[in-house]
Design a binder for this molecule. Structure first.
Ligand code: SF4
Length: 524
């Protein structure tokens, strides 16, 4: 059994089953690390809680909604503006955060009245917003506040408002993944089927498990519209509350992040018979295959092929420019859940980097199985690592870059390892053909930033060697290339705009020749 024991965790022997090294020809059924279990006492996890998974990951990207936490203000802090899920309504859901701010006296005497007062106050402060999601926390769950009853009462008193209640306290399940599951099921049970949509196309999809990080949803929606597809709803990035109530009328569920929201697709399949198609918007090949599959489902494959051909011709020379300079670089792929397997193979195939470690904080064993299968031989796979284990792995593996969240990312910087924010991105969107080039550019910028040379300088010395002079990224990256490759006229650096969203949002009906006239009204 190729389990890996960290030196720093010998005092916690149970941790040994949570890390493996992928050996040659490994039988993965013997080698899978234990996963999605309660964190072992004595180890400090970097996981989020089930409230965070429900509110922060899934709920809050809904755009036309007041998102209210019912609990102490501390619960809300970590969910405040930490993820860049944009929306085309001026980022309402990113600008404001709402909490009832429970105190000790509410724990003793109950916080139902406080909740009602807060709901009404929030609706009065934002009279144009008529929808609300309320999220339970540990404190409000433990004292037994009946949030659903309060919400019902307010809906009777304020005609026109609609409130969704998600009872997913932090202690529900071992990690944020429990919250993903809960909110999917509660949304399905309570809200799906309560609004009848206008169907304007023969090709209608729900786009599920997509959170519009720095515009990902809008990039993918553009491709769908170019194919003449009506995107009935997006769960939940840039998604509208009422559109998500009408998910039952789609012809197909197109699922991106299976880890967080396959539950919803499965329910829609069972009750409404809507098929599920898993896709992948990251990487030229996976994205091309995804568009083809959707085209094949609706019998409009030619439209998908047209997009693939145009986009590949436009962006492939730029991707290859970065591939030449990134080939052989070692990266640790340490995201939360599904990006583990969305990225593991394709960053190697299309950017040339080697994945020397994969880890997941809240992924299940199935995620790890797919991630390990797609990583390099010898890769170190870790489930729910603590900070010391991550540090030990970095010292041992000496990666050129790690892709992870901002908490482990900050300590990586302290040991002079560049990191990219795998959750909120650096200069996204990273989905789509252009987005994939932007990701490659971010990796290139991280690895070759001259700041790393400066970071290595020991400023405690009186004399610092200066003879190296100033170097640029290009000087660092091109030294190992042949003259022919370095000066290739076919390859070029990224030539897109700094911010791609204005151009996407200003597209007109001429850009979407396959959309029906009724669908034109969908355009923002
Ligand atoms: S674990 Fe409980 S108390 Fe802590 S942030 Fe989550 S909901 Fe709040």
């Amino acid at each position: 059994m190729p389990y890996h024991e960290f030196d720093c965790s010998t005092c916690i022997p149970e941790r040994k089953k949570h890390a493996v090294i992928k050996g040659p020809g490994e039988n993965l059924t013997d080698a899978l690390p234990a996963g999605y279990l309660s964190t072992i006492p004595g180890t400090i996890s970097e996981r989020g809680c089930a409230y965070c998974g429900a509110k922060h990951v899934i709920g809050t990207p809904m755009k036309d909604v007041i998102h209210l936490s019912h609990g102490p203000i501390g619960c809300t802090y970590d969910t405040w503006q930490t993820k860049r899920y944009l929306s085309d309504n001026d980022n309402f859901q990113l600008k404001y955060t709402f909490a009832t701010d429970m105190k000790e006296k509410h724990i003793v005497f109950g916080a139902g009245n406080l909740l009602k007062k807060n709901i009404i106050e929030a609706f009065q402060a934002f009279p144009n917003i008529k929808r609300m999601s309320i999220y339970q926390t540990c404190a409000s769950a433990l004292i037994g506040d009946d949030i659903n009853a309060v919400a019902e009462e307010v809906m009777e008193e304020l005609p026109g408002v609609d409130i969704f209640v998600c009872n997913s306290p932090g202690f529900r399940g071992p990690s944020q993944s429990g919250g993903h599951h809960t909110i999917c099921i509660v949304w399905f049970n309570d809200k799906v089927g309560t609004v009848e949509p206008e169907i304007t196309s023969d090709y209608v999809i729900n786009y599920v498990g997509e959170y519009n990080i720095q515009g990902d949803q809008e990039v993918m929606q553009d491709y769908f519209r170019r194919m003449g597809i009506q995107v009935l709803s997006t769960f939940t990035g840039n998604g509208s509350y009422d559109e998500l109530r009408s998910m039952h009328r789609a012809h197909l569920n197109v699922l991106e992040c299976a880890r967080s929201s396959e539950y919803l697709c499965n329910e829609l399949r069972v009750k409404y018979g809507i098929p599920r198609l898993d896709i992948d918007g990251f990487g030229f090949e996976p994205l091309s295959d995804s568009l083809r599959k959707i085209g094949l489902f609706f019998g409009i494959q030619d439209r998908a092929e047209q997009i693939i051909e145009e986009e590949t011709a436009r962006w492939k020379p730029e991707l290859d420019w970065y591939k030449e300079r990134l080939t052989g670089k070692k990266v640790c792929l340490w995201p939360g859940g599904s990006k583990l397997w969305h990225w593991a193979h394709v960053i190697h195939a299309e950017m040339g980097v080697e994945v020397v470690s994969v880890y997941t904080k809240f992924g299940h064993q199935g995620d790890m199985e797919k991630g390990i299968a797609r990583a390099e031989e010898g890769a170190l796979a870790i489930d729910d690592p603590n900070e010391l284990e991550s540090l030990e792995a970095m010292y041992k593996l000496k990666p050129d870059c790690i892709f992870t969240g901002k908490r482990p990312g900050e300590f990586a910087k302290k040991v002079c390892v560049p990191y990219l924010n795998a959750h909120g991105y650096h200069n996204g969107p990273w989905k789509g053909f252009e987005g994939w080039v932007r990701f490659a550019r971010d990796i290139y910028n991280a690895i070759y930033s001259p700041v790393h040379q400066l970071a290595m300088v020991d400023i405690s010395q009186d004399q610092v060697p200066m003879e190296g002079g100033f170097v640029t990224r290009r000087m660092l990256s091109d030294t190992r290339l042949s003259e022919e490759v370095a000066q290739s006229p076919e390859l070029r650096e990224y030539t897109g705009k700094y911010d791609v969203m204005p151009a996407l949002r200003s597209k007109t009906k001429e850009d979407y020749p396959y959309l029906n006239p009724e669908q034109q009204t969908e355009l923002v």
